[in-house]
Design a protein around this ligand. Structure first.
Ligand SMILES: [Zn+2]
Length: 245
């Protein structure tokens, strides 16, 4: 199958999977992936993610979001996706959804802490940033999202939901699945008196493993926001070397 046919099949498959997982209601949620130079393949607006078919997909400009192929309209949250692709030239796909338990944390402005278990740290990193609330298109939201995606591949959007980036749609899907699972475990842990933290030296090893598995190629480090504990240490070490210490 041609690459673009595979991308179309994947977008339909994962759109329906997001709905089947119960991560969206009504017309919520949206998925995009890089399709051609300067172009993204996208779900359209005003369609249940469970009803998306290949003939409904649209191709949009990755600069201004204008529709360049297809008869349907772009969704309003496309601006979030455009900001993500601008911030992360290394990514190939973005999925945004409202999985109920992780979104529960987002509407309470409570961050999720991946460092209570090994698997989330290795797969999604030592932090899941909470991006302050903003309506799609508000420039401060784009700025905050860009900053957060300089540190992590999945973020909570305050009063809104979850957004994941990755090399492909499947990776984005797995990242949201892991965040939702972590939200469920965190809620149970709180009912039982609160999670016990992993030892700091273990956290460091797991963070280093994550950084080795998922290097963010082509992504400029955000000043003051190193992406992992390991990088934080190496940045400090470099600074000390420059000072001759
Ligand atoms: Zn949304």
């Amino acid at each position: 199958m041609h690459t673009q046919e595979l991308l179309r099949a994947d977008l339909v498959r994962f759109s329906q999977a997001v709905h089947a997982k119960g991560w969206v209601a009504n017309h919520d949620g949206n998925l995009t992936c890089r399709y051609a130079e300067g172009q993204l393949l996208s779900t359209p607006t005003a369609v249940s993610k469970g009803a998306v078919g290949s003939e409904m997909l649209i191709v949009v400009s990755d600069q201004d979001g204008s529709v360049v192929q297809g008869t349907r309209k772009a969704f309003s949250e496309l601006k979030l996706h455009l900001a993500a692709y601008r911030a992360r030239p290394d990514i190939g796909a973005v999925i945004h959804a409202h999985p109920p338990q992780a979104t529960g944390f987002a509407v309470c402005h409570q961050a999720l802490d991946p460092s209570i278990m090994a698997e989330p740290i290795v797969s999604i990193g030592p932090s899941i940033p909470l991006v302050p609330f903003g309506l799609p298109g508000e420039s401060h939201l784009d700025d905050e999202l860009s900053r957060a995606l300089g540190q992590a591949d999945v973020v909570l959007l305050a009063n809104h939901g979850v957004l994941a980036v990755g090399p492909d749609l499947e990776t984005c899907m797995l990242r949201i699945e892991l965040v939702e699972h972590l939200a469920k475990i965190t809620l149970v842990a709180r009912q039982l008196g609160g999670a016990v933290a992993l030892p700091p030296e273990t956290l460091q090893k797991l963070s280093d493993k994550h950084a080795g598995l998922f290097p963010r190629n082509g992504v400029a480090q955000v000043s003051g926001a190193p992406e992992t504990l390991g990088n934080a240490q190496s940045i400090v070490a470099q600074a000390l070397r420059r000072l001759g210490k």
